[in-house]
Design a protein around this ligand. Structure first.
Ligand SMILES: [Zn+2]
Length: 368
C-alpha cells in the first residue's frame, strides 16, 4: 500500500492521488513547488485518520504548511468524513465550499456565531466543526461559484484553480429555498423544491503550466441549461484549455455524463480516474457506465471495483451481522485503493500507479 512506499513528488512534478475505499473519496493534488491541495475527505484504513493526512505524513510532508487549499465539493457523507480534522491540521490552508448551500447548511452557518448547531447529520457536524475552526482563525469560507478563481500561484510554475460550478442559477435556487424557510405564517407560498446537493457541487479546473486537470466532483446533468454540466459547458468565462486528466464526475454515473464533457473540456483519450460508490443496492459505475466511458478513453482507473467484496460495506441486517463478526479482522477492513498519477510538468508523458484495491477499467495501462 502507498503508505509504505510513497516518496515525495519532485518540485516540478504534478501528482494527483485519488483515494477511495468503495464508499468515500479524497483527492490530493501536488501542484509543484511543494504545494498541495486537498479535495474532499475520506478515512485511511485505520478509519481514524483522514487519508490525506496519513498519506502526506507517510511522505514526510508537513500538512500545516504544504496544504494551501481544502475543498469540500459538497456535503455528502462519502466526501466529507474527517474533513474538519483535516482542515484543523492544515493550518495554512484556505477552506473552499459551494455557495449553493442547502437549507440545513445555511442554518448551520447562521447559527455558528454562538457555536450552536440546529441540525443533526454528519455533513452538518463536519461543516459546524469547520466553521468553528474558521472562526478561531478569524477567517471565512471561500465561497465557490462558477468561473471564480479559487487559488493562484505565480512564479516558475504558475498554477491556477478555478471553480466551474455551482452556476448562478443554482446559487439563486439555494437562496430562494432558504428564503422560504424565513416565511412566517401568511398567504400560501409556492413550494420551491430544495436543490439537490450534487447540483451545487464544486467542479474544479486546474491549470499547471501547459497541463490541465478537470475535477468533476459529483456534478450531474440536470434538466435545465443553466445548472449542472450544461451550465459549465455554456459558460464563456471558464478556462478554454482542455484537460488531460479527468476525475470522473459522480462515480461514473450516466446522470453525470454527456458527450460534450469529453469533447469540449477534455483532450482526446484523457486519463480518467474515479472512485466507485457502493451502498445498499446502488453500485457505481455499472458495467454499462464502464462500457460508455471506454468509448471515450482507453485509460480509466478506479480506486476499487464497484461492489467488489472488499469495497462493499453493504447494508441491511445480513451485511450488518457480517460486518460485526468481521469487525476486528484485518483482512476485511475495506481496502483503501489509491490511483496515483504523476507527470513531470515539462514532459507530458506520465505514469499511473495502482495501489491497494485500485484497478484499470479501460483495458490499457499507462501511456498518456
Ligand atoms: Zn459521491
Amino acid at each position: 500500500m502507498a503508505e509504505n512506499d510513497a516518496t515525495m513528488p519532485a518540485g516540478d512534478e504534478l501528482e494527483i492521488s485519488l483515494f477511495g475505499p468503495g464508499y468515500g473519496e479524497s483527492i490530493l493534488v501536488h501542484t509543484g513547488e511543494g504545494d498541495w491541495l486537498v479535495i474532499d475527505s475520506c478515512m485511511a484504513s485505520d478509519r481514524k485518520t483522514p487519508v490525506a493526512l496519513s498519506y502526506l505524513e507517510s511522505m514526510g510532508v508537513d500538512s500545516s504548511t504544504a496544504v494551501k487549499l481544502v475543498v469540500a465539493t459538497h456535503w455528502h457523507d462519502d466526501h466529507i468524513r474527517g474533513l474538519a480534522a483535516l482542515y484543523r491540521a492544515c493550518t495554512s490552508a484556505k477552506f473552499v465550499c459551494s455557495q449553493a448551500l442547502k437549507n440545513e447548511d445555511f442554518l448551520t452557518l447562521a447559527s455558528s456565531v454562538d457555536g450552536r448547531t440546529m441540525m443533526e447529520s454528519s455533513g452538518v457536524d463536519e461543516f459546524n466543526s469547520v466553521l468553528a475552526e474558521l472562526d478561531r482563525r478569524g477567517d471565512v469560507p471561500r465561497w465557490a461559484l462558477a468561473d471564480r478563481p479559487l487559488w493562484c500561484r505565480d512564479g516558475d510554475i504558475p498554477c491556477q484553480a478555478f471553480a466551474l460550478s455551482p452556476s448562478d442559477k443554482e446559487v439563486t435556487k439555494a437562496f430562494q429555498s432558504v428564503a422560504q424557510l424565513l416565511d412566517s405564517a401568511g398567504s400560501p407560498k409556492r413550494r420551491i423544491p430544495a436543490p439537490e446537493r450534487n447540483h451545487g457541487a464544486v467542479a474544479i479546473f486546474l491549470k499547471l503550466g501547459s497541463t490541465s486537470v478537470l475535477f468533476g466532483a459529483d456534478l450531474e446533468m440536470t434538466n435545465a441549461q443553466d445548472t449542472g454540466w450544461a451550465a459549465v459547458l455554456a459558460s464563456s468565462n471558464r478556462p478554454r484549455e482542455k484537460a488531460k486528466i479527468y476525475k470522473v464526475a459522480h462515480h461514473g454515473s450516466a446522470s453525470a455524463d454527456c458527450p460534450r464533457i469529453w469533447t469540449d473540456l477534455l483532450h482526446e483519450q484523457p486519463v480518467a480516474i474515479l472512485t466507485p460508490f457502493s451502498r445498499g443496492k446502488v453500485r457505481l459505475p455499472s458495467e454499462k457506465d464502464i462500457k460508455r466511458m471506454k468509448d471515450r478513453t482507453r485509460y480509466i482507473y478506479a480506486t476499487a471495483r464497484a461492489g467488489s467484496k472488499r469495497a462493499d460495506r453493504g447494508s441491511g441486517s445480513v451485511a450488518r451481522t457480517k460486518r460485526e463478526v468481521l469487525r476486528n479482522s484485518h483482512k476485511l477492513v475495506p481496502a483503501l485503493g489509491q490511483v496515483r498519477v504523476r507527470m513531470n510538468i515539462h514532459d507530458p508523458r506520465g505514469r499511473v500507479d495502482l495501489l491497494g484495491s485500485a484497478v484499470s477499467l479501460g483495458g490499457l495501462h499507462m501511456g498518456m
